[in-house]
Write a protein that binds this ligand. Structure first.
Ligand code: Z15
Length: 829
């Protein structure tokens, strides 16, 4: 007989397990229960949205059950836990993903079908959880899925923004930003924990206090708000493990009530206190530009202190001292945004737990690790020391102390090389003093990871050269990945069915390396035929969507050519547009007979520009202006269409990626730290047209140069090209398309002038002119291949087959072994 916890729990859960059943009939019963008692609609009359809510609550119950089992199990086992700290998570929708990971999608579809609803339609009722900007934020979401699936004892921590990333509305071709009211219709995927809350303090001053003859620093804060937890269960695939993403919301604090109410102005007192909620109200939409705003710093600290208080409270629940802290706790910083956590843990250990400085510092360094996502020195986060000192006076003191000790250590090691010392210092001296958050993170963490191999090489050569020489073992890389659950199983079920049929198993959904088994069938005519059929159906879905949003009718026989990502100069959407203008110009100047040889294209571009990023906004307008001209030109017809997809987000990506033939990744070499969109296209058998940059370099190694279209200057060539740019000749074709824009061929002559200036001879920082001819050649090669459908399909199959290295499962496995030192903890019930 089994005894002890496991035995008891198993018997107990044997009973519990019988409670929520997953056959269609039980699911249907539960859905109807939620229609009547949760959504409070009559069971004789409820619409798609209400059915979506009822189904979501049905799934939520099952998530909660597994979540409880997992948490109870973790608590008993007390393994080393990973805490993943990120200011951004782009989760997208949850319904379809949860049913897939719980393995009950078909049963749910059946249950709803019998009630007269279409599962696919209910899925469409859900809005995206868009608590992040772009690649970095979606990476966090993919990694949470892998952590759960691989049974790691992990927690995610983040902020519950009331408004996620702005909604992009296009009016007359211009981007406008509107608030994302994602919580207005309720959120069945979160569990409010009003009793899990922590005080968050700001402002005030530091005083010295004498306690038992020992001097201590005490922070007397000036403002207090409350952080309340909202838990979002993250189910693993093919496992009962369900981990937690805990998001914090700001609420007015109950402390100090009497004082404000006694002043007599009751109404104002209440209204002022309610302002606390602004801290977690809105996500900053600037992808990688830091403006030293107080509210942003407040968000960062609010998030950091709530999370670390929660983590330390959990540790202390089962430990009486801090000896074992770094054996039980791994703290992962997603970029520098949460790096104040280093200081906050130091402060708690020293000021509140009375631990001596050196010991506290080694606990901190052993627990924290850090991943950087940026390549350029301008992309590094800095916080004005004045701002930090007024909001968090004690933290600034601790930073100065850390830096003083670090500088002393450096002087001993390197001597008095002032230029080197000042470069490595956490404090940037100058007209305004700044705190360099990357330097702080490097000094305070035992591991610093880049996100692709070339990214690490660039860190070593440029941004963190001195640090890499000082601590070579600290610097590593883990190439990014994406989860095949969302990016294949959820978004492309038809392709997955086909893959499983040919592999004879669905095991690749957990063990992605099995995908390589497709390789041997790449030339099989039956597979090729079925493969093309799946693509065609996906293209038809996409074509319908395009017509619905833009009114443009596109032919599914054309090549669907896609570039979807944030709009940035370095990502060179402008190069794509210049290529499209060139293609248009060629078609216009063709004899009738030449036109029969043109491979028809549908060019699709989507992405948001940061609200303050003028050049990016002009690129969006140019796209619309060019589209207007091309799409209405009878000389062109179906040979070329250009569509801008508005409000690009995770759920739009799930529709677009499976329906594209070709995808573009055009960053100037040396600028994309990794890039993750390319991996999602690769998995779905879309061919890549890309520069050799970031993780594309590793994709080329994996699937081979001849299975994609690579072009442009290499990472090593870029610096020299920049040096001699003014003496370089710009190709005539390039000059011609720029002139067309400049001369007002697409209207808005004055408005586009500054855009054209960015690529002017001598000023063309991102080297569009230099790469243009090579880009056109790659495009021509893509056209040529598309005509040969057998070859194209083979390349497409080989892309999927070779994508396994780019699963976030592999990334997480590497982090677990090499950086976090954690082991799986699989819930046995
Ligand atoms: C962001 O999405 C990325 C880097 C940043 O510094 C910020 Cl602030 C946001 C992206 C990188 O540009 C991209 O190359 C990488 O794949 C992604 O992070 C995930 O690592």
């Amino acid at each position: 007989r089994r005894s002890g916890f496991a035995g008891r729990a198993e018997r107990m859960f044997g009973l519990m397990d019988g409670f929520l059943k997953n056959d269609p009939w039980s699911l249907q019963k539960d859905v109807m229960h939620h229609v009547e008692y949760t959504v409070a609609r009559s069971r004789f009359s409820f619409d798609d949205f209400e059915a979506y809510l009822a189904l979501s609550h049905t799934i939520r119950d099952r998530l909660i059950e597994r979540w409880h089992d997992t948490q109870v199990y973790f608590k008993r086992k007390d393994p080393k836990r990973l805490y993943f700290l990120s200011l951004e998570f782009l989760m997208g929708r949850s319904l379809s993903n949860s049913t897939v990971n719980l393995g009950i999608k078909d049963q749910c579809a059946d249950a709803l079908n019998q009630l007269g609803f279409e599962f696919e339609q209910l899925v469409e009722q859900e809005g995206d959880a868009a608590l992040g900007n772009g690649g970095l934020a979606r990476l966090s979401a993919c990694q949470m899925d892998s952590l759960a699936t691989l049974d790691f004892p992990a927690w995610g921590y983040g902020l519950r923004y009331q408004f996620g990333l702005f909604r992009q509305v296009i009016l007359d071709g211009f981007q406008h930003e509107q608030p994302d009211y994602w919580l207005n219709f309720g959120n069945p995927w979160e569990i409010e924990r009003i009793h899990v809350s922590y005080a968050v303090k700001f402002y005030g001053a530091v005083e010295e206090e004498l306690l038992n003859g020992v001097k201590r620093k005490v922070w007397i804060p000036g403002e207090t708000v409350e952080a309340v937890a909202y838990d979002n269960p993250i189910p693993g695939y093919g496992t009962r493990n369900t981990i937690n993403l805990r998001l914090w919301a700001a609420k007015p604090s109950g402390e100090g009530d009497m004082e404000s109410y006694n002043t007599g102005d009751y109404i104002n007192a209440v209204v002022n206190r309610q302002r606390a909620e602004t801290i977690s109200s809105v996500l900053y939409p600037d992808d990688r530009s830091y403006q030293g705003k107080e509210l942003r710093l407040k968000q960062q600290y609010f998030f950091v202190t709530a999370s670390t208080q929660d983590i330390i409270r959990r540790y202390k629940d089962s430990h009486s001292n801090f000896d074992d802290f770094s054996n039980k706790v791994a703290l992962q910083l997603n970029d520098t945004h949460p790096s104040l956590a280093i200081i906050e843990v130091m402060r708690i250990l020293i000021d509140e737990e009375n631990i001596e400085w050196n010991r506290a510092w080694s606990i901190v360094c052993d627990s924290f690790s850090f991943t950087t996502h940026t390549v350029s020195p301008e992309g590094l986060e800095k916080i004005p020391a004045d701002l930090l000192g007024s909001l968090l006076p004690r933290h600034l003191e601790i930073i100065y102390e850390i830096n003083f000790l670090f500088m002393e250590e450096l002087k001993k090691k390197l001597g008095l090389n002032y230029s080197q010392l000042s470069q490595m210092s956490i404090v940037e001296e100058g007209a305004v003093k700044n705190i360099r958050m990357a330097n702080l993170s490097i000094v305070g963490c035992h591991a610093v990871n880049g996100v692709s191999r070339v990214h690490l090489e660039l860190l070593k050569k440029r941004v963190f050269k001195d640090f890499c020489e000082l601590w070579p073992q600290k610097f590593q890389y883990k190439t990014n990945g994406a989860t095949q659950r969302r990016w294949m199983v959820v978004s492309n079920p038809n392709l997955c069915g086909l893959i499983s049929k040919w592999l004879g198993t669905e095991a690749w959904i957990r063990d992605v390396d099995l995908l390589i088994g497709l390789k041997e069938f790449a030339s099989n005519t039956d597979l090729q035929h079925e493969w093309r059929m799946v693509k065609r159906v996906n293209k038809m879905r996409l074509a319908e969507y395009i017509e619905a949003i833009s009114g443009v009718k596109v032919s599914v026989d054309a090549m669907f050519d896609v570039q979807i990502k944030r709009i940035h100069e370095y990502k060179r959407q402008l190069l794509n547009l210049f290529g499209i203008i060139h293609r248009y110009d060629c078609i216009k100047n063709m004899e009738k007979s030449g036109k029969t040889k043109v491979v028809p294209r549908v060019c699709i571009i989507g992405g948001k520009a940061a609200p303050g990023y003028e050049i990016a906004k002009k690129i969006i307008k140019l796209c619309h202006a060019v589209a207007e001209t091309i799409n209405n030109d009878p000389d062109v017809g179906d040979l070329l269409k250009l569509v801008f997809i508005p409000d690009y987000n995770v759920s739009v990506a799930e529709l677009v990626i499976p329906g594209s033939d070709l995808s573009q990744h055009l960053s100037t070499a040396g600028h994309e730290a990794s890039g993750t969109g390319s991996m999602k296209f690769l998995m779905n058998g879309c061919l890549l047209l890309a520069t050799s940059d970031g993780s594309t370099i590793e994709i080329i190694e994996e699937i081979g140069n001849d299975n994609m279209f690579v072009f442009g200057a290499k990472v090593d060539e870029v610096p020299a090209l920049r040096e001699m740019k003014s003496s370089l000749k710009v190709p005539l074709q390039f000059a011609r398309v720029v002139r067309m824009v400049r001369d007002g061929y697409f209207g808005h002559k004055d408005y586009f002038e500054s855009l054209c200036k960015t690529v002017e001879n001598g000023g063309d920082f991102y080297l569009l002119g230099n790469d243009f001819m090579s880009y056109l050649e790659a495009q021509a090669a893509a056209d040529k291949t598309f005509v040969d459908q057998e070859k194209w399909t083979r390349m497409s199959i080989l892309s999927s087959a070779g994508s396994s290295r780019f699963s976030s499962d592999r990334t997480i496995q590497e982090y677990a072994e090499k950086t976090w030192n954690i082991e799986p903890c699989k819930c046995p019930f």
